[in-house]
Design a protein around this ligand. Structure first.
Ligand SMILES: Nc1ncnc2c1ncn2[C@@H]1O[C@H](COP(=O)(O)OP(=O)(O)OP(=O)(O)O)[C@@H](O)[C@H]1O
Length: 349
């Protein structure tokens, strides 16, 4: 089911003007600095914020000059930073309420098991941890069988463990229901996103595949101190002795620390932070770094006083290195130069 919109509106001092089309499934991350209008855009899509323009979802018109479908008639589920549960009801009571009001399009038992809240059903909402409450909120959002999920920083109040668990859940759900996910956390973008919309000052300034936007030197992501590239690779051998998993990217083998062999869907995603990549002219013979690969400089950009970010081609994929401007000059880093990238840390995405 595809979503297409062209909207404009004023909220306080913020003028929002945004057009985009949503891919039919998967997670699209709406990413941008605080105050750029991400939540406002989500509220406009949900019909919770007045605006001008058009929203089309599949063959349904949610908004035109003549029609404005009220929020409850739009087949979507929402989840916010703070779970909006009824505190005087139990977990089961919260779910039953939705079933009574909207009818359950999805089977209650399977939603409960998908959100892993079987053991929480009898609990009062007031006793739930932040992560548990968000899992209940997710189950409630799914119950009515939404055709689109709008998630507004749903994990920002959670600790790392709960966050990872819910990110995995959201990725799984997004195979069935498209998700628009608002965040300003790069880690969440790296974990979830295949598609990203970048928002600044009320506008979507770029949109595309996450790995391409992350590596674009003229975009905001590659210029950040924590800039990170995403690469796609195939699983290779597992070294039992040293607990290292091989992943092949563009015919180069990357070794990742892994307590046991990695399994799962391919291609796997590797995250490599630009500050974990250094460059040299010759392949070092005696280095403690396991991952040293020949690369070609694709582009270079100054990103701050004395700092440069280098985009490196590894086959048709792109790696980033953040180095000092002095190193860039002394190494003669220029587009087309052939160098070696020493990659200090690689993680699965
Ligand atoms: N009800 C309101 N009244 C006045 N101004 C508002 C209102 N809601 C939002 N704004 C303003 O609109 C702008 C966009 O806010 P919005 O919450 O959409 O940004 P955001 O990108 O989601 O930010 P954050 O990541 O901090 O949640 C901000 O300048 C905000 O102060």
């Amino acid at each position: 089911m595809s979503l297409a919109f062209s909207l404009s509106g004023q909220v306080g001092s913020c003028r929002l003007q945004a057009q985009a089309q949503l891919a039919a499934n998967g997670v699209t991350v709406l990413f941008g600095p605080s105050g750029s209008g991400k939540s406002t855009l989500l509220r406009m899509l949900a019909g919770l914020q007045d605006c001008d323009g058009e929203i089309r979802f599949g063959d349904q018109l949610w908004q035109t000059d003549d029609v404005t479908l009220p929020p409850w008639q739009r087949p979507l589920g929402m989840m916010f930073q703070e779970p909006t549960l009824f505190r005087h009801l139990s977990v089961r009571g919260n779910l039953d309420y939705v079933v009574k009001r909207r009818g359950a399009a999805w089977d209650l038992d399977s939603v409960v098991s998908q959100a892993r809240i079987e053991d929480l059903l009898g609990r009062s909402v007031e006793t739930l941890s932040g992560g548990e409450a968000q899992r209940v909120a997710l189950a409630r959002a799914l119950l009515a069988g939404p055709q689109l999920l709008l998630l507004d920083e749903p994990l920002s109040a959670l600790d790392h463990g709960h966050k990872q668990e819910l990110l995995k859940m959201i990725s799984d759900i997004a195979r069935k229901v498209p998700v628009i996910y608002v965040t300003h956390d790069l880690d969440e973008l790296l974990t979830l996103s295949r598609q990203v919309w970048l928002m600044e000052q009320g506008r979507i300034v770029a949109r595309g595949k996450a790995h391409e936007e992350l590596a674009r030197l003229d975009g905001p992501l590659a210029q950040r101190g924590d800039a990170t590239a995403l690469l796609y690779g195939e699983l290779g051998d597992y070294d039992n002795r040293d607990h290292l998993q091989a992943v092949t990217v563009a015919q180069q083998t990357f070794w990742l620390p892994a307590a046991q062999p990695v399994s799962g869907e391919e291609p796997v995603r590797l995250r490599i932070a630009a500050r974990d990549v250094s460059l040299c002219r010759q392949a070092p013979q005696d280095s403690s770094i396991l991952n040293i690969h020949p690369v070609q400089v694709a582009a270079l950009r100054e990103v701050g006083p004395g700092q440069a970010v280098v985009q490196l081609a590894l086959g048709d994929q792109r790696l980033l290195a953040r180095i000092s401007s002095r190193s860039a000059r002394e190494l003669e880093v220029f587009p087309g130069a052939r160098l070696y990238a020493q990659v200090k840390a690689v993680a699965l995405g």
